[in-house]
Write a protein that binds this ligand. Structure first.
Ligand code: AMP
Length: 205
């Protein structure tokens, strides 16, 4: 295997793959790169890219493969990615796979599995604290303290219509992505507590 560790966290929205990517990032001391976060950052900064993708994202649609890879490429060219990185939310299409494989050698794919029904419940209850950026869940964990509940916000694309669309798009692409990387894929039961999922992932890699 290539010395550079490139791990893809895969799974539907709400599977907890972002949370697990952060935990793994600390354990392995590799940067966690979420294309969704990079896009949200661009929107918050009101950059040209942010202006281009704002509407697309709000409706739960995918940004174009070219724009997405361009954004990712700029990020993975940075020095902190020399030893590798953990991808979260990329690749989502066959074209994104092609662009990525042309550029780097993927080491492992962690497929965090949960049922759609559970994903829907989790996403509808996901909230973010605008002051700290921390993500909470009113239904699962981590639950927010009473005194901060009033200021928590919901992501625009965590509204029911956008959630359903995002899950539909995920399923349209997921089989092809997993098939492509089947020899590198480890399946993890995402319907457990956060630390249990993390332990399963660490054991598997
Ligand atoms: P996420 O936080 O991963 O659910 O991503 C939120 C939104 O960002 C998605 O619904 C897309 O609009 C956009 N996005 C993130 N990653 C990608 C990607 N790999 N390809 C296309 N669009 C993406």
């Amino acid at each position: 295997m290539n010395e550079k560790k490139i791990i893809i966290m895969f799974g539907p929205q709400g599977s907890g793959k972002g949370t697990q990517a952060k935990i793994l990032s600390e354990k392995l001391n590799l940067p966690h790169i979420s294309t969704g976060d990079l896009f949200r950052e661009a929107i918050a900064n009101n950059s040209e890219l942010g202006k281009k993708v704002k509407e697309v994202m709000a409706h739960g649609n995918l940004v174009s493969d070219e724009l997405t890879f361009e954004l990712l490429r700029k990020r993975i060219e940075k020095d902190d990615c020399k030893r590798g990185f953990i991808l979260d939310g990329y690749p989502r299409t066959m074209e994104q796979i092609r662009l990525l494989d042309n550029y780097v050698e993927v080491s492992k794919v962690i497929d965090v599995e949960i049922a759609d029904e559970e994903a829907l419940k989790r996403l509808a209850n996901r909230r973010q604290d605008p002051e700290t950026g921390k993500i909470y869940n009113l239904y699962t964990a981590p639950k927010p303290a009473e005194e901060i509940k009033h200021r928590l916000l919901q992501r625009e694309d965590d509204q029911p219509e956008a959630i359903i669309k995002r899950l539909k798009i995920y399923h349209q692409q997921a089989d092809a992505v997993l098939k492509h990387y089947q020899d590198l894929t480890i399946k993890i039961n995402g319907e457990q507590k956060i630390d249990e999922v993390a332990a399963d992932i660490l054991q598997a890699i």
